[in-house]
Design a protein around this ligand. Structure first.
Ligand SMILES: NC(=O)c1ccc[n+]([C@@H]2O[C@H](COP(=O)([O-])OP(=O)(O)OC[C@H]3O[C@@H](n4cnc5c(N)ncnc54)[C@H](OP(=O)(O)O)[C@@H]3O)[C@@H](O)[C@H]2O)c1
Length: 321
């Protein structure tokens, strides 16, 4: 069977790595674009069998190489995203200008589809630069290419994420955990393999011109997420609702860290619920039912942060009988 060629931007991230595994196992050939082949290559090249993955280094997008990549591809997927800005207008560049550019190229080179990862719950968050830049990106993509599919996931978690594992690390070392907005913000976390299955189905089926919210099987508050993680790592911590002025002040300082724990923009975004809006279709409407539940999945890897590790509960006699 002829292999379909997928052009993947943002391939070295959490969703990209998992998607490469799923696609290559199913006979797709992937061209993964990264800014630094030496940094990302070591992890990317282990995600697919030889012959299924080509790595391309692009430092910028003003490059003849781009046309060559689009010329030989059937589908383009954009997973590039950032959580905070390192320089002025970076959200606009990454979340609006770049998706507009890639969707225009997808149209110019008559690709079968352009799949773009945006985010859930951004419509009401007009005071967040992250949210408005993502929303602007969605609008420009829809204007540029009518075969675009925009996916809007809630939090995506897995053993190799930057969310549940970050909180496990924080909660295992901090004596207390600040709760913003009383921990009442709601999320619908989706496991990365469930999201990757949705993307795979969209590639396989004739789907085009779609905006789809991608949600997991539960709606849980931020406080519940922290409680579930604490129970999973078998730790007790004080959960401290932080008054908003204090939260704003802490974000002002935390955003100065090289890899910020919280920025002022993220704090504003955290005010808005992050579960299905019913303004768009969601994965359930298309019959894509997520299988993985938050508690049971995080229990599979939380032992890394439990005192004594994976076998802490087992007594020594059990180990030799
Ligand atoms: N993970 C979630 O919980 C979640 C939730 C909602 C939406 N999303 C969206 O889904 C997409 C993929 O998420 P992810 O978690 O897999 O992302 P990720 O792990 O943060 O990876 C993002 C990728 O973007 C590339 N990138 C970062 N900054 C860049 C820049 N300035 N210029 C060019 N490339 C840059 C990086 O590739 P290289 O370093 O290899 O170039 C990296 O592999 C993003 O758009 C994100 O906003 C994710």
């Amino acid at each position: 069977m002829k292999q379909k060629e997928i052009l993947l931007f943002g391939a070295s991230g959490q969703i990209g790595r998992n998607l490469i595994r799923k696609l290559s196992k199913n006979n797709y050939k992937i061209t993964a674009v990264t800014r630094n082949i030496h940094r990302a290559g070591y992890i990317l090249k282990t995600q697919a069998n030889p012959g299924y993955l080509e790595l391309v280094e692009l430092k910028n997008f003003k490059n003849d190489k781009i046309d060559e990549l689009f010329e030989r591809s059937s589908i383009c997927i954009n997973l590039i995203g950032i959580l905070y800005e390192r320089r002025k207008d970076e959200f606009k560049l990454i979340h609006s200008d770049l998706p507009a550019f890639l969707s225009k190229k997808s149209n110019q080179f008559k690709l079968e589809k352009f799949i773009h990862l945006s985010a859930l719950g951004i419509e009401k968050a007009t005071d967040s630069n992250y949210a408005s830049s993502k929303l602007e990106g969605e609008k420009r993509i829809r204007e540029n290419f009518n075969k675009s599919i925009i996916l809007k996931p809630s939090i995506v978690y897995s053993v190799d994420d930057n969310f549940s594992t970050k909180f496990m690390a924080l909660l295992s070392s901090l004596p207390f955990m600040p709760l913003y907005y009383n921990g009442k913000t709601k999320f619908s976390p989706i496991h990365v393999t469930d999201l990757v299955d949705i993307i795979f189905n969209i590639i396989e089926n004739k789907t085009e011109n779609l905006v789809l919210e991608c949600i997991g099987p539960e709606v849980i508050t931020f406080r519940e997420i922290i409680e579930k993680i604490l129970s999973s790592i078998n730790k007790k911590r004080i959960l401290l609702p932080l008054p908003l002025p204090l939260a704003k002040l802490s974000a002002k300082f935390l955003q100065l860290l090289p890899n910020p724990l919280l920025t002022e923009d993220q704090l504003r975004l955290l005010k808005y619920d992050n579960f299905k809006s019913d303004n768009y279709k969601n994965n359930y409407d298309l019959g894509y039912i997520p299988r993985k539940k938050f508690d049971s999945e995080i229990n599979k890897y939380s032992f890394n942060w439990r005192s004594g590790g994976q076998f802490a509960d087992q007594n020594n006699e059990d180990k030799i009988k």
